[in-house]
Design a protein around this ligand. Sequence first.
Ligand code: BGC
Length: 746
Amino acid sequence: MKKAWITPDIRTKAQQLLARLSLEQKAGQMTQYDWGFNPINPDTGLSQRDVISEQIAQGHVGSVFNLAGAEEANRLQKLALGEDGEGVPLLIGRDVIHGYRTVFPIPLAQASAWNPALAGATAAAASREALADGVAWVFAPMIDVSRDPRWGRIAESIGEDPYLASAYAEAWVRGSQIDGDGKGNDDGDGGDGSGDGVGADTAVASCPKHYAGYGLAEAGRDYNTVDLSDRVLREVILPPFRQAVEAGALTIMASFNEVNGVPACANRYLLTTILREEWGFEGVVASDYNALQELITHGVAADEEEACLLALRAGTDVDMASGIYIRHLPRLVREGKVPESLVDEAVLRILAVKLKLGLLERPFVAPSDYATDERLPAEHIALARQAARESIVLLRNEGGVLPLSKSARAIAVIGPLADSRKDPLGCWAFDGRPDDVVSVLEGVRQAADQEAVVSYAKGCEVDSDSASGESDLAEALEAAGKADVVVLALGETFEMSGEARCRTNLDLPGGQRRLVEAVSKLGKPIVAVLLTGRPLAIPWLQEYADAIVQAWHLGVQSGHGIADVLFGDYNPGGRLTATFPLNVGQVPIYYYRKKTGRPPGGVYTSYYLDSSTDPLYPFGFGLSYTSFRYGEILCAKPRVALGEAFELSAQVTNTGDREGEEVVQCYVRDEAASVTQPLKKLVGFRKIRLKAGESEVVTFVLGEESLAIIDADMNATVESGDFTVWIGPSSAEGESVRLTVEAPAQ
Ligand code: BGC
């Protein structure tokens, strides 16, 4: 199994290193600082970096993050190794969330591609660039199941479904943990970017986060209380993390939130009972930013000393940013308040990761092309374009307004996001540069025929609806008036999603609705392109826009990816992985919901007086420029014994006139189980490409993993009885069959 990677050789070497360390140096290995945070101490006149540098030289720091490149990384490594070269190198970390210098689509967008392998490739490319800058630890993937679009960090997530998030978790961990020869290039895999989880020469560690339940913050407000039953924890939240561990993640990040009243970095049940004892995780647990200090703010620790003890005993190995371990651990050990063996276990894991990554042999990196070149690597640009176009979800296309004809005489590209080169980078793109971004306007200009006139007007602001917008609006109306078709680039700025960027209003912000309404009065065909970091609640937009293209924040190739879809050079195949609500009042709304005890119909049923309970667009939904027909579901053996698997298939045919991609989805419901079950649960999917008229038989095998429930004793088990299985194009459509798992003969 990949997750067991501490070989006898690594263990012996780690023990030898450990034996050389003083108590302070051990606590130092467990200490990580934010190099990017550099205030000056008014009393001493020293900057934070001066202080950290001094500590690094003494071996009192194990890891830093937020550095500015290879040169600085090498300088700090030299400091850590010391004059005699005998010191322990630093583990240099970074939030490499959806790209490094080459910024790829935000994770929620990449999820919409339903292509985990592609996400693995973008993660590998990002790791290659990061490693060239000395970064050997990426704080990714973010695999919090997220069911609340108010929460800004839904942008960083895979969306609402545990099965899909698990598939991405596996691919992302394997992709990001690249092999390396110290130059950021793969060796041995032909440069295809495929990491292999924990291969012999893994050079970058991933850090799946945030373990666990962070995405369930009450009311979608970041850092808010999480109230999470063990059932939801195990059915919904943990599967992606377990998958990440199985895939060989070398580290994991504990979340800020509490689980059952105990903040994650002090939660022994999460960090030790489940992670280490149940799953056999051998790697390092890092806290989230300053989370040890936050144990005091949470009110579970009276002071730093208590916070230190709680975190250590729970199983937190690395203290990110607070400095509590280095300030208190050595003394607490000397006073006999905590056994040194507990510290040794944690340090051993940290040293093992450093050894695994080859940092002891190759602490330095060679300044690389990725860091110094003005241009991004060509293969990464190509990958960014592919990822951008696969991430796009076509939500509406009335009257076939799309794809646009390239020879349209006049196209007006209007909207506050149309000419933005910063916003498409999305949240968490520290190392991306707006100059590398292709805007929507530029993408359309380059794709349209030379004779076509592509005009532009901003139209309004995203973040204010002030009166100064009148001239913007007038300009937009003038441009739209002269056009054959209007492309409206609308949405959110890069700062409206991500950490601490939550919203209670899920409408298009600022003056955008007014812009849409005014432009629509001209009667021109309207294509709305939505550049957002979250699902929006925009039912009204359907009345004004002939086409709606959900384009997210797509990274450096944003404009090209969008133009590829608008002009039909690429037939969109993206499908939503987070439900679009009709209104904020429905939130949280997700497909994986349970039956209630109330049958439908009548007054005393589960409904709203003033709204439908259906979403605007369901999970799994997305249109194409072609159409697909699903044949009958065939199952040769609809009754099986416990322990056997069902094999089902359906023929899918492209019935339109152009090639296209379909995401064939398979959902299951256990009709009567010992504990309540979701109405539908995704258990499989295949993304297929079919030429016009072509058919493919898609097969799913549903065994224990697909049919198991977690029973009242919290054991995964398959129960006999009836199951309904759907194969279809979204969570809201598709034919179904009834299958039976027979009870064993008495
Ligand atoms: C975030 C993490 C991130 C860390 C380091 C925290 O605030 O929650 O996702 O990795 O900061 O930047």
